[in-house]
Write a protein of this length. Structure first.
Lengths: 314, 314
């Protein structure tokens, strides 16, 4: 029985991995992708993507993901379902544990993305993309002259609340304890509070996002003044990011303090033969087209790496 | 008369500038783009783009460029024709010379791309994209089991000729004088010559690309053995790249030894308020989706820069 050794094994099937696979398979580089949950990643679960260039009227995330997948299939990439638990080097190959079984490969692309931390309250999952949001750059523009609630008290919550004032008529900022953002941001926030654009609710937690006609209609909050309902058109949640990098914790791949994979500008990680691109990468801007663009770039680096290995007879 | 001060002035209208403009205008940042020749840049002049994710069957370059432009127009960006001759700082603003007239702006995005150096022989322009090519990663896959000619003797010509052997049945490498590529590449090349995959023609120049039925049918060459016609399905030309950065030569923007704009990973150049993305940037991989991805990323950096200026009352 001949042992199969892959040229490149990609972990994840979001825009970054699928784009990388378009490039590698189009160049006849043997490529396998493993997905744990949904092909297309976070993009596939997005209601409407307005800023992926090439779709002037916007495109539903699921439809875009299907187009990516179809393009990959056309060039012959293999997509399998499987859960990755570790990446190790054994002599000249890398060994990736897939559902407990070792798979040998010459190179690995980590493109597992990041998940937004959720509140875990009623209405949140049901209204995802229709009033429950996690990305201001992506979805803020849908709420011109609307009322919003923003959840969180850290740097990103305050920064995104200020950013959203360019669209929203008013923002309720819901902070669990006190505002933890930097002094500069807090001073900035105060200006918007003084101008009546942002109202800060301290020691306040959201209990439920309410719905009307399939869209968010408000948020029920509990604070010093008891329980009340704020009438808002959407709730933007910024309480943290969870990079999908847990399977790397015992590997030689360096992660930053938040768990994102550290790479150089050629998308090489600290572990030879292991590359990373897209939202799991430290420094990524978390936009579909940027993740895709990095996928094309990392594919060129991977091609060079594999050509070099083969030149040396490995 | 009130003087108009732009938030961001973009030089170029290729995939990188258009994507950046989708992002900035969608966020209501006042944006103007200047184009010297064709809206859509090099992408617009490409016959068929096979590897831009989201178009499973490929998309004609002109059609993709039109989609980008339509999307930009939807968010309200202004595109004007004009030739940029300099970028200078005057007190708190940047001044860009457009057709000899000064235009004031808070920030500048340089996304002018690069042009491939041409041979300037008959048939080359006429058969562009249909047998005359300048990018192996983009167009090599269209020539599986076909015969190709590659023009050039430097590192990129030898590297791309070797790369193209994964598709082509045979390659004629046309070298004006002698092979100038690195020793490693020359050793590598020798293996392909020994295997009969590549034939090297030294002291040889192409005179004309011949046509049959609207596609390239061969190349007429002149060498030590006189003039002859090689029957090939396409000619790939790798004789150099011309970054469109001439207008920056008296500016504070640092260029690398080939004339490409040097940036850090946030796409900032050495000149405050001036940013660069896409094929004019040193380190760019020269793929449409990567240029677009960088456009989204640089737009986020520009937004931060402008927000910071305005916070300081500038």
């Amino acid at each position: 029985m001949t042992e199969v050794i892959r040229d490149v094994l990609m972990v994840g099937t979001g825009p970054s991995a699928l784009t990388a696979a378009i490039y590698t398979t189009r160049e006849d580089i043997d490529t396998i992708l493993y997905e744990r949950a949904t092909i297309g990643g976070l993009a596939a679960t997005t209601d409407m993507i307005d800023n992926y260039p090439g779709f002037p009227e916007g495109v539903p995330g699921m439809e875009l993901a299907e187009k990516f997948e179809k393009q990959v299939a056309r060039f012959g990439a293999q997509i399998d379902f499987g859960d990755i638990s570790s990446v190790k080097r054994e002599d000249e190959y890398l060994v990736v544990e897939v559902d407990g079984q070792p798979v040998k490969t010459r190179s690995v692309l980590i493109a597992t993305g990041s998940d937004y931390k959720k509140l875990g309250i009623p209405g949140e999952a049901e209204l995802y993309g229709r009033g429950a949001h996690y990305c201001a750059t992506c979805d803020g523009a849908f709420y011109k002259e609307k009322k919003l609630a923003v959840v969180g008290g850290g740097n990103s919550a305050v920064q995104e609340a200020i950013f959203l004032t360019r669209y929203a008529s008013h923002i309720d900022l819901l902070v669990r304890s006190s505002v933890k953002a930097s002094e500069v941001l807090q001073e900035d926030l105060q200006k918007y509070v003084d101008a009546g654009k942002i109202t800060v609710h301290l020691e306040t937690k959201p209990l439920e996002i309410t719905e009307e006609g399939g869209r968010a209609s408000g948020v029920i909050i509990e604070g010093p003044e008891g329980t009340q309902t704020l009438n808002v058109d959407a709730v933007f949640v910024f309480v943290g990011l969870i990079p999908n990098s847990g399977f790397l914790k015992d590997s030689d791949v360096t992660l930053d303090e938040t768990g994102l994979v550290v790479t150089n500008e050629r998308f090489e990680t600290s572990m030879p033969g292991v590359f990373a691109s897209g939202d799991v990468r430290s420094g990524a801007v978390r936009q579909v087209v940027s993740a895709a663009g990095e996928g094309a770039a990392v594919a060129l680096t991977i091609r060079e790496y594999i050509d070099d290995l083969k030149r040396r007879g490995l």
